[in-house]
Design a protein around this ligand. Structure first.
Ligand code: PLP
Length: 415
């Protein structure tokens, strides 16, 4: 098909891997589905779907409290998944893995629990100008309460974070630097190791939003030395409604609970309540047991995959898509940083992204259009939004070809 199919891609059999994802094998609007909305959510392999079905068919029970066999089985699988995730991101201990509803809740938990305890009048929280709303608004909410400010680290016209500007912004009033590992709107990979080092040198903590990074490359939270790392299961081939907060032990120990309820307590009386130990202190109520078990299966699935090959394949898809974009009249790429994951954000001259998205969908090509919950960076570029094609390892070069064929037709129709 092209030179790229001979490099990197050759070692990874995407055609075989996509057979593991039943949803991909269907027609949409009379055309074979081309799913290019992986930054919004990834599809689930059979192994994940089966694990959830098996749980409900054979083990369904509440965790941690049962004195019967089903409850023991459910608890065992639930805690085994925590261990798998801990090992996947190289956390020192499983109790550093807190189950949340997703990236958004993880950030809300830290902003609320750590933020309300530690942020004071005049303190500053730095976030990048390309953050998802999830890593802006929770900080604004707590900042408003305590009289702190939330400020944006500038991003240049290619979508690259300005580290010199970050260096000049850091002072003793900065208590938290909260930054995305990868931008969902642009695909930029931020140099988080450097950012974490700079934050620490200045006495600030660092939270990394890994929602878009975790599916594309290996993350080692200890090597990064981040204080908090958050991500969503559904963007890592697992179920929706589940996420992970990793935190350093001393910080998690010192933080008050985020929500009250069952499971997060040690003893309750009207004279006073004591809280459970980690991680349960932060897991009030019945958790998403089926989701956690399904996520454990997603991690197992990923562990048996050739992940180096998958990464090379995704990079080849991006390079090919960028080449096709450059050859296509009227396409303007938004986000051209030197370091990117497989996200192609673009405009088609003379068209509105939403109209293009609709015409692509009619041809069976699923992309996302709009501001991608990253309004500030769209405002900086002076655009209402983009068309975003985001690739996973089960996409193929022919998916890229289908995207550009469909785009050509959309352009004919609209321009
Ligand atoms: N952060 C980033 C970078 C994202 O891309 C997303 C989702 O698109 C989120 C946070 C929010 O994730 P969730 O909706 O799973 O909480």
């Amino acid at each position: 098909m092209n030179d790229l199919s001979m490099s990197g891609v050759a070692t990874f059999d995407a055609e075989r891997v996509r057979q593991d994802f039943p949803i991909l094998n269907q027609e949409v609007n009379g055309n074979p589905l081309v799913y290019l909305d992986n930054a919004a959510t990834t599809q689930k392999p059979d192994a994940v779907i089966q694990a959830i079905v098996d749980y409900y068919r054979t083990d369904n029970s509440n965790v941690h409290r049962g004195a019967h066999t089903l409850a023991d089985r459910a608890t065992e699988k639930f805690e085994a998944a925590r261990l798998k995730v801990a090992s996947y991101v190289n956390a020192g201990e499983a109790r550093q893995i807190i189950w949340t509803r997703g990236t958004s809740e993880g950030i809300n938990l830290v902003a609320s629990s750590w933020g309300r305890t530690h942020l004071k009048q005049g303190d500053r929280v730095l976030v990048s100008a390309m953050e998802h709303h999830s890593n802006i608004v929770p900080w604004q909410m707590v900042a408003l309460e305590v009289g702190a400010t939330v400020e944006a680290i500038p991003v240049d016209e290619t979508g690259t974070l300005d580290l010199d500007a970050l260096a000049s912004m850091l002072d003793e009033r900065v208590k938290m630097v909260a930054c995305g590992h990868v931008s969902n709107a642009l695909g930029t990979i931020n140099p988080v190791e450097q950012i974490i080092g700079m934050a620490h040198a200045s006495g600030a903590l660092c939270l990394i939003d890994g929602a878009q990074a975790i599916s594309h490359f290996d993350v080692d939270v200890q090597a990064l030395d981040c204080d908090f790392y958050v991500f969503s299961a559904h963007k890592l081939f697992g179920p929706t409604g589940l996420g992970v907060l990793y935190g350093k032990l001393d910080l998690l120990h010192a933080m008050p609970p985020y929500q009250g309820g069952g499971e997060m307590i040690e003893t309750v009386s009207f004279a006073g309540t004591t809280y459970n130990q980690l991680p349960y202190k932060f897991e009030a109520g019945t958790p998403h047991i089926a989701g956690v078990i399904g996520f454990g299966a997603a991690i197992d699935y990923l562990q048996q995959l050739d992940r180096r090959g998958a990464q090379a394949h995704e990079q080849a898809l991006l390079a090919y898509a960028e080449k096709r974009a450059q050859e296509t009249p009227g396409v303007q790429l938004i986000g051209t940083s030197a370091s990117k994951t497989s996200v192609l954000s673009f405009l088609l001259e003379g068209t509105h992204p939403q109209d293009v998205g609709m015409l692509l969908d009619q041809q069976g090509v699923a992309v996302r259009t709009g501001n991608h919950c990253a309004q500030p960076i769209m405002d900086q570029f002076g655009i209402p939004g983009t068309i975003r094609a985001s690739f996973a390892f089960y996409n193929t070069l022919s998916d890229v070809d289908r995207l550009f064929e469909a785009l050509a037709k959309a352009r004919q129709f609209l321009v």
